[in-house]
Design a protein around this ligand. Structure first.
Ligand SMILES: Nc1ncnc2c1ncn2[C@@H]1O[C@H](COP(=O)(O)OP(=O)(O)OP(=O)(O)O)[C@@H](O)[C@H]1O
Ligand SMILES: [Mg+2]
Length: 475
């Protein structure tokens, strides 16, 4: 900001001085022209009167002319000696003035010059601006204008006319003073304004950097106030969006870790109780011991499944999951999954109805899609009471393969529907504990479908049943 002010100061100084010089030059030029023609006319008038001896007739005429012009008139002889002075002060004296000597030497016929005359008047009121003017207030500026007196082609003397130009200098000085005042006021206003503007600009930046600092410390709850529509406001908005996302991410990560730990802890605790019974009860019935060991084995299987699901999700999250696409008929994958799940359905006396209306040949990852179908059909079987019915249909709809898995099971309450794709989300915690679910299946399913550029949707009515619809683009 100092640099900015310095540039303004220098440019103002340059402009102001050249303006004053221009005005001053034109004023002085005009003065010189006017006074030179006056003195030339007077020289023509006085030459015949001047006899070289200071005649009264010439002196009277000189006094009269002095009164009329308001200046001082002197006549000098060719030796440079004053012969007549309307102020009767320099009579008989020699004046060493350049304006006179150039005429005496015959270099010119008219000349002029400006001089600062030391005055003897009263000292006037002091103004601090005098410090800048460089002039003592008692002295005044005067202009000397000279012209040759010529009689019959012969140079007989010099007429010197002195008139004060102090008024002119004064008006220039006051003009300069006004410019100085204006400049000081302007500079003050500019400084104040730039202070205000810089404060106005830097305040939101300060708030932003404070927010970023807080974020760097691991606190994602900071938000910046958004005002207006400027680029800075957009930046603040983007920052808020980013911190909101990070906060959500941070929360869901924490939740994920705590849920995962919980899921792993439960089977471990169960296994510990079973194992301790086996270890410390020496007289345990061998059948019961076997049963306990089988339970432990089941818990290990469950742990394995949970860890497998967790690893899959970590894989998806870190974008490491790659699809191994190949040309495959989706219908075949559906049949394969149904074959694998048929014993489970049979155990529960459930009927699985399969309707494949189109093979839906597509470029996709067969193993991952089988995982998708397996999860959904397994859910349908799990959450449908014994003797229920599951219907699986596959058909083409334009560029999409549409797979519907419908059951007439317990259904999902409306309030739970938006959450079922969330990790670890289970509608009925107690019920699913028996069926062994962890609540990760649907979230993995959704990720795989999305990776294929597809979409998964659910419709359900509690007590009546649930229908999952998967749309996959056939490439
Ligand atoms: N067909 C369905 N009928 C009723 N509820 C369902 C159905 N499918 C899913 N749900 C509900 O949605 C929840 C989440 O399903 P998800 O498959 O993600 O988890 P899970 O089956 O409990 O466990 P996992 O699949 O990880 O073994 C289930 O716990 C269940 O409450
Ligand atoms: Mg499931």
């Amino acid at each position: 900001m100092v640099g900015f002010l310095l540039i303004i100061c220098i440019s103002y100084y340059v402009v102001a001085t050249s303006l004053i010089r221009m005005v001053g030059d034109s004023l002085f030029d005009e003065k010189v022209r006017a006074e030179q023609s006056t003195v030339a006319a007077l020289a023509v008038e006085f030459a015949p009167l001047w006899k070289g001896d200071g005649t009264d007739a010439c002196y009277d005429a000189l006094l009269e002319a002095g009164r009329q012009t308001g200046g001082r008139l002197l006549v000098l002889d060719m030796d440079g000696k004053v012969q007549l002075d309307t102020f009767s002060e320099y009579n008989g004296m020699r004046l060493y003035l350049a304006e006179v000597s150039t005429l005496l030497a015959g270099e010119r016929t008219a000349d002029y010059g400006f001089h600062l005359l030391p005055g003897g008047g009263q000292r006037q009121r002091f103004s601090w601006l005098d410090l800048f003017s460089g002039r003592d207030r008692d002295s005044i500026w005067a202009g000397y204008f000279t012209a040759l007196l010529v009689q019959d082609g012969e140079r007989i003397g010099v007429l010197l006319y002195s008139s004060q130009v102090q008024d002119m200098v004064d008006s220039l000085v006051s003009m300069r003073d006004q410019m100085l005042y204006t400049f000081l006021l302007g500079a003050l206003a500019v400084s104040l304004l730039s202070l205000l503007v810089s404060h106005w600009i830097t305040r939101p930046i300060g708030a932003l950097s404070a927010g970023i600092e807080q974020m760097a410390k691991g606190d994602f709850s900071s938000r910046v106030r958004v005002q207006g529509k400027s680029e800075l406001a957009q930046l603040a908005e983007t920052f808020n969006l980013m911190s909101e996302r990070l906060e959500n991410l941070d929360n869901s990560r924490n939740q994920f870790v705590s849920n995962a730990s919980h899921e792993l802890k439960t089977p471990l605790a169960t296994m510990k109780i079973l194992l301790e019974s086996v270890i410390y009860q020496d007289d345990m019935d061998p059948n019961l011991r076997k049963e306990f060991l089988q339970d432990i084995n089941k818990e290990i299987d469950r742990l394995n499944l949970v860890i497998g699901d967790l690893l899959t999700l970590v894989h998806i999250d870190s974008h490491k999951m790659k699809l191994h696409r190949e040309m495959m008929p989706l219908g075949e994958s559906v049949r394969e999954v149904i074959r694998r799940l048929a014993p489970m359905a049979a155990k529960r006396r459930q009927e699985i109805e399969v309707g494949i209306h189109d093979e839906c040949e597509m470029f996709a990852d067969p193993l991952k899609l089988q995982q998708v179908i397996y999860n959904i059909v397994e859910n349908a079987i799990k959450y449908t009471p014994d003797g229920g019915k599951v219907r699986v249909t596959l058909m083409r709809d334009g560029r999409d393969a549409v797979l519907k898995i419908a059951d007439n099971g317990v259904g999902i309450p409306k309030a739970d529907l938006p959450h079922i794709f969330e990790r670890f989300y289970r509608v009925d915690k107690a019920r699913t504990r028996e069926t062994g679910g962890t609540g990760l299946g649907l979230s993995i399913v959704q990720q795989i479908v999305r990776l294929h550029g597809g979409n998964i949707d659910v419709q359900s009515e509690p007590g009546k049943g649930t229908t999952f619809t998967i749309e996959l683009p056939v490439k």
